[in-house]
Design a protein around this ligand. Structure first.
Ligand code: 26A
Length: 344
């Protein structure tokens, strides 16, 4: 990075979760009726998973939560602390301490809402080969309220930012906060970026997603998430390019800035979809022995993208950096990095 960026230029809201990650056999997934590459909310029947992973599978504890991951990765690449600000809700416990320490070590400026008597959220990460299945127990993260954003110091942070990023995952927690941040971005004509996050968001949270979408300047998603959106909309074609074109053509509050869709598809090319064009960006395929786990790959992609986007770089630089960041974290456990970033 050459120039100095404004502190807090990027604001994100999400669910701060501590990932409890372990390699498991396929029958572990089957026992909990989970599939490879799921991303779900824990129900009562999933609650034993966390203890089982710790006791029987040498689980690792890693900083997680989708938006927080992306912002940590953006900070790592930027090498300038406090460019990004993160809001989310945690408990008052050891896990919250770990999350805060990891976020701050990355240079992220965290402003957690703290909910006493509710544990910090966790996410079981079940690794099977190159797949990862996620089961989130949001706990404290689910208690985020809009009044946290209305506290004067936090409101100032939101007002002063130039870029906003919120996951689709956060639609399960607090749509009013999303709408408020989106409205601020719109009023100030600043980019608002969002992520489809998981198929279940389109399946079960379509109403709040459709309410936010008119404010979204850039929408991220992977192939399964885009397909789930298309199915929930009953669009006839499952072709990813067609889905992207329809997504960018949906209602937009600020038509002067047409929506952009960025759809990832594992090691197949990333699609950049704009009004009349679809561009492909190749992904460097890693050898199986280089892959530690794919947990956080999508978040890291967004983090890499954001690190360039906040510097006003072109979309192709942003996407190349997204691909670089995703490739790096796949070679590390969870959404973690090692050494100095090598993106130029
Ligand atoms: C609402 N849900 C289900 C979630 C998540 C989530 N982050 C926010 N909300 N479910 C999984 N994650 C996080 O996604 C990362 C991988 O992309 C996990 O904590 C994991 O770090």
């Amino acid at each position: 990075m050459t120039s100095t960026l404004q502190e807090g230029i990027l604001v994100g809201c999400g669910n701060p979760l501590l990932d409890i990650s372990a390699v498991v056999p396929l029958n572990f997934l089957q026992k909990y009726s989970m599939n490879e590459d799921d991303a779900i909310l824990a129900e009562d029947r999933h609650m034993p998973i966390y203890g089982e992973l710790v006791e029987g599978y040498q689980a690792e504890f890693l900083a997680g939560g989708s938006v927080q991951n992306s912002l940590r990765i953006a900070q790592w690449i930027l090498r300038q602390p406090r460019v990004a600000v993160f809001f989310g809700c945690v408990g008052e416990d050891r896990y919250a301490g770990i999350l805060k320490e990891k976020a701050q070590a990355a240079g992220l400026d965290v402003h957690y809402q703290v909910k006493r008597d509710v544990p910090t959220g966790t996410c079981a990460v079940l690794i099977t080969g190159t797949h990862r299945s996620l089961c989130a127990n949001l706990a404290a993260a689910n208690n985020f309220t809009i009044d946290h954003l209305e506290e004067p110091s936090n409101k100032a942070l939101v007002d002063n930012a130039q870029y906003y990023y919120i996951s689709g995952f956060f639609l399960t927690v607090n749509p009013p906060s999303i709408m408020q941040v989106a409205a601020t971005a719109h009023a100030k004509q600043r980019p608002f970026l969002m992520n489809l996050s998981a198929p279940f968001i389109s399946q079960f949270y379509m109403a709040p997603l459709l309410a936010a979408l008119p404010y979204v300047d850039i929408i991220f998603g992977n192939e399964a998430e885009a397909q789930a959106f298309a199915e929930a909309q009953q669009w006839p074609s499952g072709d990813l390019r067609e889905i992207g074109k329809r997504l960018v053509a949906m209602e937009k509050k600020n038509p002067a800035r047409p929506r952009i869709a960025i759809l990832t598809q594992g090691c197949d090319p990333v699609l950049l979809i704009q009004q009349d064009s679809v561009q492909e960006f190749p992904v460097t395929k890693l050898a199986v022995h280089e892959i530690v786990d794919t947990n956080g790959a999508g978040d890291a992609f967004v983090g890499g993208f954001l690190s360039q986007f906040v510097q006003g770089k072109s979309l192709d630089v942003c996407i190349r950096c997204g691909n670089y960041a995703a490739g790096h974290i796949i070679k590390n456990p969870g959404c973690t990095y090692s050494g100095e970033p090598e993106f130029v």
